[in-house]
Ligand binder design. Structure first.
Ligand SMILES: Cc1ncc(COP(=O)(O)O)c(C=O)c1O
Length: 393
């Protein structure tokens, strides 16, 4: 019903992933393959295209009226997919999750405050923290049985009176970790004990690969609801990143008021009609598409992991529970990181995200976005096979 194998040309279409590749990576070859920024090369659910087509056909593009249907669609989606009950009145739309994180920092912290992150962690966290004159407090997870685990004991020793807030990525990007309810409860308890605000970025919550369930932080630890702000979006799930719409929600009325005040102060309380219509249509009509997509992504994940480990002996692929962002450690190849990067970039003409972008612990890793049709993925893997051929003989 949904043809994820179909290759859709995105070059020359203002697709950042394809059209910014040369500028951002230096790969100018006409056959370069972008496996960096987190969007997919698949068409969005047909219901989204229909909803947008209706708008385009009508041809009038005035201001958007928020009648409440958007937050209701989000609440229904979360209840259906994640057994999470949210009151639509808790929800603030933002122009994307990352801008929401900046608005949250402005609303509930002060310049100079410290923000905990668990690196290697989504690079925009760092950019937004520093850009808002806050400080990064790195709490490096440990690797156990091929996945990341938070080390809260080590974090406790690093806290200072300026540590005010935690950016928690659940599921984790780039580790693909789906945190267990127990792990989330431990973090929540830690935040309560140390009087920290917990921001739970759950943008990847729908992209589950191996039948593992995502536990929303609010469900794992309802007792800390008053210090919790959750961020979600339809854009990652349904490949609508260009729509630039996200949501944050909290049952803490004072937090919500402060966040909304920042939104209003920045002139962001009037929403992008195309983004709102596309994301509402996705939540309302996209479920069958997502259910078909997930096994396709899981298949790509298996192929990527198996073939990269075979191509570059010693490379170790993290077994993801979620996301479509393959996270590969090349330290076991014994090649210098610059050599690995050159093989991938110059020989294979593939733009993967450099691991150091994600902070401490990412230095020997590369992140490969595998949300692409199999003909493209297979071509990329054939080239990686060639790029590391000499170290296999
Ligand atoms: C953890 C996380 N948060 C937020 C975003 C981006 O959100 P947005 O495009 O809505 O700003 C990403 C994109 O990859 C992400 O991985």
């Amino acid at each position: 019903m949904f043809d994820f194998d179909r290759v859709i040309n995105r070059r020359g279409t203002h697709a950042s992933k394809w059209d910014m590749m040369a500028k951002n990576s230096g790969i100018t070859a006409a056959d370069g393959i972008p496996m960096w920024v987190a969007d997919m090369d698949f068409a969005a659910p047909p219901g989204v295209t229909e909803a947008l087509s209706e708008v385009v056909t009508r041809g009038v593009h005035g201001y958007y009226a928020d009648t409440g249907s958007w937050a209701a669609a989000l609440a229904e989606w979360m209840a259906r997919r994640h057994k999470l009950k949210i009151d639509p009145a808790w929800v603030s739309p933002t122009p994307g999750v990352v801008s929401g994180l900046g608005l949250i920092l402005q609303a509930v912290t002060e310049a100079g405050d410290e923000v905990v992150v668990f690196p290697p962690a989504y690079h925009a966290f760092r950019r937004i923290i520093v850009g808002n004159d806050r400080k990064i407090l790195d709490a490096q997870p440990v690797q156990r049985q091929g996945r990341y685990e938070m080390d809260l004991e080590a974090l406790a020793k690093k806290l200072t009176p300026r540590t005010k807030i935690v950016f928690f990525c659940s599921p984790h990007n780039p580790g693909g970790t789906v945190w267990s309810a127990e792990e989330i409860r431990s973090l929540a308890g830690f935040c309560a004990e140390h009087d920290l605000i917990l921001v739970s970025d759950e943008i990847h919550c729908d992209l589950l690969l191996g039948g593992v369930r995502h536990t929303p932080t609010l469900n794992a630890a309802p007792e800390i609801a008053d210090r919790l702000i959750t961020c979600v979006a339809a854009t990652k799930t349904f490949n609508l990143a260009g729509a630039h719409v996200g949501a944050c929600f909290t049952s803490n009325a004072a937090f919500k008021q402060r966040i909304d005040a920042r939104i209003a102060a920045s002139g962001l309380a009037s929403y992008n009609a195309f983004g709102m219509i596309a994301t509402e249509a996705a939540w309302r009509t996209g479920e069958a598409w997502l259910d078909a997509l997930l096994p396709y992504l899981a298949g790509n994940h298996d192929t990527l992991n198996t073939r990269i480990e075979r191509a570059a002996p010693g490379a170790r692929a993290m077994r993801l529970d979620a996301t479509y962002l393959g996270w590969i450690d090349f330290s076991g190849t014994r090649l210098p990181a610059a050599d690995v990067a050159a093989r991938v970039k110059d020989r294979a003409r593939i733009f993967a995200s450099p691991g150091e972008q994600f902070g401490p612990g990412g230095e020997t890793w590369l992140r490969f976005n595998f949300a692409t049709p199999r003909p493209i993925l297979n071509e990329a893997l054939d080239r990686l096979d060639d790029a590391f051929r000499d170290i296999r003989s």
